[in-house]
Design a protein around this ligand. Sequence first.
Ligand code: AP5
Ligand code: ZN
Length: 216
Amino acid sequence: MRLVLVGPPGAGKGTQAEFIAAHLAVPKISTGDIFRANVSQGTPLGVEARRYMDAGQLVPDEVTINMVRERLAEPDAADGFLLDGFPRTVPQANALDKLLADLGTALDLVMELVVDDDEVIRRLSGRRTCRGCGKIWHVEFDPTSREGICDRCGGQLFQRDDDKAETIAKRLEEYAEKTAPLVDYYGAQNKLVGIDATGPVEDVTVRAIDALRSYG
Ligand code: AP5
Ligand code: ZN
C-alpha cells in the first residue's frame, strides 16, 4: 500500500506511523526525520533545512521534492510506503502524483489525523524523542519509567528545537496556510479518509487500522 499521513504538527503522525507501517509491512518515510538526521550530521542539506526548521517554516518545495524522489527510488519503497510529513503543499502533492505516475503507480490512500490546536500545543510542549532509537515519548501522556531515559533502548531523551512555544505557533500557521489545502486536493481525488486522533494512542491506532481495513 502507498499511504500518506497528513495532520497538524503534533497530531501524532510519527507515533502512529510506526504502528501503521509495521502493520502494513512497508517502510515509514518521514521527511522531518530525514531533515533532522541531515541536521545532526551537518550535511549541506541539513545546513539549509535547519534555517527553515528552526523558524517553524517549511523547507522549500524543490529541496524537499528532490529528497523524496531519491528516497522513493530506493528498493525498499518499490512495493509500498507510508509517507509521514510529505506532501505538505499542493506543489509537493502534484510532484508526488507525477513521480508515481512516471513509475506506473499512484497513491492508494491519504489519512488525515484530526486534532485541535489546544491538544497539539499540549502534545508538542511535552514531547521527548530518544536519541538512540527515535521512539517518541511524552512527559505526561507517555512517560518513561526513568526521567530522560528511553525504556526501549536506554538512550537519552531530548526535546526538539522546534517545540518552543513561538515556533509551534509558526508551524500551526504554516499548516493552516500551506498544508490544510491538501484535504480538498485529496478529497477531490476520492483518496482522503479522516480519523479522530484524540484519546489514547492505542485507540487512535485501532481507528487507523479499521480505516485501512474498510479501504480494502
Ligand atoms: P515534522 O517532523 O514532520 O514535524 P510536524 O509535522 O510538525 O510533526 P511533528 O513531528 O511535530 O508531530 P507528529 O504529528 O509526528 O506528532 P508525534 O507523533 O511526534 O517536520 C519538522 C520540520 O521539518 C517542519 O517544520 C519543516 O521545517 C520541515 N519539513 C518536514 N517535512 C517537510 C515537507 N514535506 N516540506 C517542507 N518542510 C518539511 O506526537 C507529538 C507528541 O504527542 C509526542 O510526544 C507523542 O508522544 C504525543 N502523542 C501522540 N499521540 C498522542 C495521543 N493520542 N494522546 C496523547 N499524546 C499523544
Ligand atoms: Zn530509545
